[in-house]
Design a protein around this ligand. Structure first.
Ligand code: NAI
Ligand code: MG
Length: 499
């Protein structure tokens, strides 16, 4: 039964009524030069939400030119303190309009409105405020040189015009992660949201202009990967590209970046191990294993989708996990009681269902879920059952390939060496979890796991101050924390002859 539906607030209705939605270039909302539009679909109903103008190569050229003009012109005159104030103003505006963002995000991405309200919106605001604080604290150093009588110092300068290409799983948070650090460092931005989820980024664009950012400093151009995304990655006047998404797309971006050798940072896929030892707190580990995968419909890059469980506690842990999974209420995102909404798109729906079949054929046992949702009220929309595969091995495709859906594979293990080898036996290296009460074991294992983040007796703990990113084919560069400043600044060394 579909129950208490959140009604869209008047501001969201107004936002959706001016269609097709225009892109933000040089301080103005404009149509695409080609006049082409694309459909934005509600994943809970498969209905059109609104049409959006589609950026292609020519529009990206316009946006990059605007960003370059701003970077070499008006933006140079804006002080670090003024950049800070602009970011604070933007964060205040997002907070003020928080309910609109939660509703738009839920409508467009499918996620549960209660999740969007509790996480996506406040996390975005906090993120922007954190980098606002950094704007006034970025500086070079003086260096004691031994080669003669010189004064040597460094300047930490913005890299210039940055292209930012983001995915659809956290559309608003990803836009904030990308934009806030770049602006704090003094860069100008062309952001390309994912074609599935352009709406909160476009609303953000309106608030960017209301906050008073000079024209051209932040440009937002929705479009498809092979056209607008590829144009941005290859553009000769873009100094850096920051990307979050699939590993294979990351490879394309690196190739495209070769034309002008622009700098690249990549936050890519994962197949993260979450390891439960028999001496761990099994109740906490079951809840942690659940949290590691089943939020945001499992569409989380660091999802702990390979759950390694020491044999003596395998039965206990998987049955506790199953009983938590069975309580999930699947429904439309705007239903106030929904815990888990639909996956984002028809493509993603097809992909996840294919993997469920692959898993069953490989001999994994779906003790929860295993197919699309049967509820007669949810036959329109991309609803997948939250799925727990037991009997899984690390060799199965469902344990090796990123599914990016509400699917977890529980794999038994016998000893610490075996589990470390298996946990590291993946092309990815994004996140990892460890559950044990033995503090020495916890640190020993954390040391040898190949991952950008290791969580001990927790999973998916996030803070804007703590760096996030991967190793191996999960990418390079770190977002969040002060490390993200390295992505958007470069060092200049200045020598003064004192003789
Ligand atoms: P994708 O990586 O292709 O798309 C992400 C962004 O990149 C979008 O804005 C897209 O338009 C853009 N893009 C696509 N091709 C491009 C190209 N050649 N040049 C420049 N930009 C390009 O991800 P997609 O196809 O939407 O999803 C496929 C799979 O990727 C998912 O099933 C999931 O496994 C993985 N994925 C991982 C994410 C993560 O955060 N690690 C996020 C999104 C998807
Ligand atoms: Mg793709």
């Amino acid at each position: 039964m579909v129950t208490k539906q959140q009604k869209l607030c008047p501001e969201v209705i107004k936002f959706l009524s001016s269609a097709p939605k225009k892109m933000l270039i040089n301080g103005e909302f404009v149509e695409s030069l080609s006049g082409k539009t694309f459909d934005t679909i509600n994943p809970a109903t498969e209905e059109l939400i609104v049409k959006v103008y589609e950026a292609d190569k020519e529009d990206i050229n316009r946006a990059v030119n605007a960003a370059r003009t701003a970077f070499e012109g008006c933006w140079k005159k804006v002080t670090p303190y003024q950049r800070q104030q602009l970011l604070f103003k933007l964060a205040d505006l997002i907070e003020k309009h928080g309910e609109e963002f939660a509703e738009l995000e839920s409508l467009n991405n499918g996620k549960a409105i209660k999740e969007a309200r509790a996480l996506d919106v406040p996390f975005t605001v906090e993120h922007i405020r954190y980098y606002a604080g950094w704007a006034t604290k970025i500086h070079g150093e003086t260096i004691s040189v031994s080669c003669g009588n010189y004064f040597n110092y460094t300047l930490r300068e913005p890299v210039g015009v940055v292209g930012q290409i983001i995915p659809w799983n956290f559309p608003l948070i990803m836009a904030a992660w990308k934009i806030a650090a770049a602006i704090a460092c003094g860069c100008c931005v062309v952001l390309k949201p994912a074609e599935q989820t352009p709406l909160t980024a476009l609303r953000l664009g309106e608030l960017i202009m209301e906050a008073g950012f000079p024209e051209g400093v932040i440009n937002i151009c929705p479009g498809f990967g092979p056209t607008s995304g590829a144009a941005l990655a290859a553009h000769m006047d873009v100094d850096k590209v920051a990307f979050t998404g699939e590993t294979s797309t990351g490879r394309e971006i690196v190739k495209a970046s070769a034309f002008n050798l622009k700098r690249v940072s990549l936050e890519l896929g994962g197949k993260s191990p979450n390891i439960v030892f028999k001496d761990g707190d099994i109740d906490a580990a079951a809840q942690g294993a659940f949290n590691a995968v089943f939020f945001n419909q499992g569409q989380v890059c660091c999802a702990g989708s390979r759950l390694f469980v020491e044999k003596p506690v395998y039965e206990e842990l998987t049955s506790k996990l199953a009983s938590i999974i069975n309580k999930i209420k699947v429904g439309t995102g705007l239903d106030l009681e929904t815990d888990m909404g639909p996956v984002v798109s028809h493509d993603q729906f097809k992909k996840v269902l294919e993997y469920l079949e692959i898993g069953k054929k490989e001999g994994a046992k779906a003790v929860c879920g295993g197919s699309k949702v049967n509820d007669p009220n949810l036959q329109k929309g991309y609803f997948v059952e939250p799925t727990l595969f037991t009997n899984a091995t690390n060799k199965m495709r469902v344990a090796r390939e990123e599914i990016f859906g509400p699917v977890i594979c529980a794999i038994p293990f016998t000893d610490i060496d075996e589990v470390v080898t298996q946990a590291n036996d993946t092309v990815y290296g994004l996140g990892a979890g460890i559950w044990t009460k033995d503090i020495k074991k916890a640190h020993r294992v954390a040391n040898v796991l190949k991952a950008g983040t290791v969580w001990i007796n927790c999973y998916s703990a996030f803070d804007v101050a703590s760096p996030f990113g991967g190793c191996k084919q999960s990418g390079y560069g770190r977002e969040c924390g002060k490390d993200a400043l390295d992505l958007y600044t470069q060092i200049k060394s200045v020598w003064v002859n004192l003789d």
